[in-house]
Design a protein around this ligand. Structure first.
Ligand code: ZN
Length: 104
């Protein structure tokens, strides 16, 4: 896990203070942990063939932190529900993040 300092853009490991500018990163770390937890729960629901719950948790994770992993989980959850238009939009989000471009 790494957190980019919003003040100076330095990539930090898990320290609660930025090693360059001493900004407090603890809230960002907490948000990241909640996003990861939502992904774990969503993945469990996807594997349990509960795509509606998987999509719900993918969206929670996405709203906390825009990651390709959250977009991929939402993509698969939508596919399982035959929501192809929405799945396509999630695929595009995942692809953009995988290419390093910001989400729209
Ligand atoms: Zn900093």
């Amino acid at each position: 896990m790494s957190i980019t300092c919003p003040a100076c853009r330095k990539v930090n490991a898990t320290q609660s203070l930025c090693t360059r500018c001493d900004s407090d990163l603890s809230d960002l770390i907490r948000i990241h942990r909640h996003a990861v937890e939502a992904m774990e729960i969503g993945t469990h629901h996807l594997k349990s063939h509960q795509p509606d719950k998987a999509l719900h948790h993918a969206c929670i994770s996405w709203n906390l932190e825009h990651t390709a992993a959250a977009a991929r989980l939402a993509f698969f959850a939508c596919l399982m529900q035959n929501e192809f238009d929405t799945a396509t939009r999630w695929y595009q989000c995942a692809a953009m993040l995988a290419d390093g471009a910001p989400p729209s």
